[in-house]
Design a protein around this ligand. Sequence first.
Ligand code: BT5
Length: 270
Amino acid sequence: MDQCKLLKLLSDLPLGPVHYLSTVDSTNNLAARWAEDGAPDLTLVVADEQTAGRGRLSRRWFTPPGAALAFSLILRKTEQNYLVPNDSISRLTALGAISVCDALEQTFLSTHPAQIKWPNDVLVGRRKLAGVLTEAHWQGDQLQVAILGIGINVAPKSVPSDENLDFPATCLESIAQKTVDRWELLHEVLAKLLHWRILLNSPKLIQAWERRLAFLGEQVQVIFKDKVLFKGQVTGLKSDGSLILRTRSGNVKDLQVGEIRLRPVDSPSE
Ligand code: BT5
C-alpha cells in the first residue's frame, strides 16, 4: 500500500484527508497532533506498522508490519456532524466496534458471528480479533474532537504471543481459513463507520451494540486492577452504554467504562 493507492481505494467514501504511513508510533498519537492543528472531521490516518500502538490505560497494542490494520479517524463536532453528549463517549467506541463487526461479517466472515466484549473488544469465536481505543479531547467542558483508533488482526503474524495477552487472541485469516485483502476490509469498515455515525445518538446504535454483546446471559467476573470485584450475569446495556449485570443475590449493577475488565466465568485464563 502507498498514499496514492490508498486515496484511490477510498475515493468513493466521503472522508476527510487520508494519510498513509508505513510506520508510526501510534496512529492515535499522530491523529491527536493533527486534530490539535485543526485537521478536519473524518481525517484518516492509516499505518502498516505501529511501534508504540496503544490500548486502553497505557496498555500496548501490537501491530507488526504487513499483517494488521491500524488506523485512526478524527471525529469532530461540526455544524452538520455532532459528536455525542459528554456522558456518552462509550457510544463512539461502540460506533467503531459495531462497524468492525458488520464489516467482518459482510466481507470475510459470513458464517462466524462477531461480538463485542464490553466495552471495546471485537471477539470472534470468543477470541479477540480487534480492539477500539477512543480518546476524547475537550475544550472546557465541551467534547470537541474524538480520535477513534481501530486495530484489527488480519494475518497470523499480527497475533501477539500468549505471554503478552490478557485475553485469548486470534486473527481474521485463521478464522476465515484463507488469505484476506486487508485493504478491502479497511474500505468496508470505513463505509460502515460512515453509516453508523449518522445513528451515533440514536437508540439503534445501543440496540445494535446489545445484539452483539458477548457473554449476554452468561456469568462473568468483573475485574479491577487484577482483582475479581464480583461475578454477575450480563443482562444488557443502558442507553448511555453502561453494562447491566445481575449478581447471584439478585442485585442489579451498572458498569461505566473505566478500569474494568470482563472475563467469562469459564475462562481458562482465570
Ligand atoms: C484495545 O485496548 O483493545 C484497544 C486497541 C486499539 C488499537 C488501535 S490500533 C490504531 C490506534 N492506534 C493506537 O495506538 N491504538 C489504536 P485494550 O482493551 O486495553 O487491550 C489491550 C490489550 O490487548 C493488551 O494489554 C494485550 O493484552 C492485548 N493485545 C495487544 N495487542 C493485541 C493484538 N494485536 N491482538 C489481540 N490482543 C492484543
